[in-house]
Design a protein around this ligand. Structure first.
Ligand code: HEM
Length: 321
């Protein structure tokens, strides 16, 4: 019989103490921030790019990368793949100053999980207690990942792929499989995060749409409605999204991919296309299109895994809030 206390008992016994109550206070502040300025997507991206440096082939912390808060320091923040994310760090800075016992690594992951839920996505079974790195010298270098040309092995949306892969499926498996330890099914599930968010000319440069109404796509102008509750506000106008309701977390990334491929005001990268063309990815893509609850269940598991990659825990095993 499994040990039912392996993770959860810290939470059940009130483990984490002051940190747990401070994290709950942060969560309330995050909810208000997200509701006010609609920054759900950029918070999700910040957390994924903190975790996304993780390399399972490296054993030492923090050299192995992952969810350790290193993205807040310039050596990582200034990597090309992180363009635009300093804005999200700024949002969290004020909250962290008010709650210094909460680690940056935890705050970043809490913000992302809260953003997913607030956009209408699944509740993620998160745990906390991640230790944060404390200085820029603990960041991983852009070229530190064997087989990857830069960005600590974060993915490229289009060729040429920094790992030398000749196709998008091969690139996804190099990044998420070989480096980070995800299965093919988990790759398809976690990619569904693109059901929210946008691409900006000024950040990744991966689309012609940029800041302001003048440079926005049809679906990202300040008059557009994208939230699940249909509130008429989107935060900053501009960029282009994968879905029309890009502040709502649902399975439209899978159900409406043909729209995204055909409509020049929507985004669909070769790495998105790989998921419905590769013979092993495709059945999972179809399953998530047919069954939103299956997507939510698998997304929540993959997101939890991503949020814990490379982390060092205090107390050991972490705690629930
Ligand atoms: C499959 C590999 C992936 C590639 C190639 C990729 C690429 C990109 C690119 C180019 C952008 C636009 C950034 C900008 O211009 O501001 C973006 C945005 C975004 N990505 Fe990904 N991504 C990948 C996987 C993921 C994963 C695993 C997640 C989360 C779990 C994620 C979450 C997001 C979110 C939420 C945004 C929107 C950010 C915003 O609106 O500010 N992506 N991604």
């Amino acid at each position: 019989m499994g040990n039912i206390c392996s993770d959860g008992c810290f939470g059940m016994l009130g483990g984490g103490g002051k940190q747990a109550s401070e994290l709950k206070a942060c969560r309330e502040e995050l909810k208000k921030l997200i509701d006010d300025i609609n920054c759900h997507p950029i918070l999700v991206r910040l957390a994924w790019h903190d975790s996304g440096t993780y390399d399972q082939r490296i054993k030492d912390w923090p050299a192995r990368g992952g969810a350790n808060g290193a993205i807040r320091f310039d050596p990582e923040m200034n990597m090309g793949a992180n363009a635009g994310l300093a804005k999200a760090r700024g949002y969290l800075e004020d909250i962290q100053k008010k709650h210094p016992s909460v680690s940056w690594a935890d705050l970043i992951q809490l913000a992302s999980a809260t953003a997913i839920e607030m956009a209408g996505g699944p509740k993620i079974d998160m745990k906390y207690g991640r230790v944060s790195v404390t200085s820029p010298s603990e960041c991983v270098g852009p070229k530190s990942r064997e087989g990857f040309g830069g960005n600590a092995g974060l993915p490229d949306a289009k060729p040429p792929f920094g790992c030398g892969a000749s196709s998008a499926p091969e690139h996804l498996r190099n990044v998420f499989g070989k480096k980070m330890g995800f299965t093919d099914q988990e790759i398809v599930a976690i990619s569904g995060a693109h059901t929210i968010g946008r691409v900006f000319k000024e950040r990744s440069g991966a689309c012609p749409f940029g800041y302001t109404d003048a440079a926005a796509s049809k679906y990202t102008k300040s008059t557009c409605v994208a939230r699940k509750d249909n509130k008429p506000k989107i935060g900053m106008a501009g960029g282009a999204a994968w879905t029309k309701n890009w502040l709502t977390f649902d399975n439209s990334y899978y159900t409406k991919y043909k729209d995204a491929m055909e409509d020049s005001d929507l985004m669909w990268f070769p790495t998105d296309q790989a998921l419905h063309e590769d013979p092993v990815f495709k059945p999972f893509f179809q399953k998530y299109a047919e069954d939103q609850s299956a997507f939510f269940a698998d997304y929540a598991k993959a997101h939890k895994k991503l949020s814990e990659l490379g982390a060092k825990w205090e107390p050991a095993g972490g705690f629930k809030i």
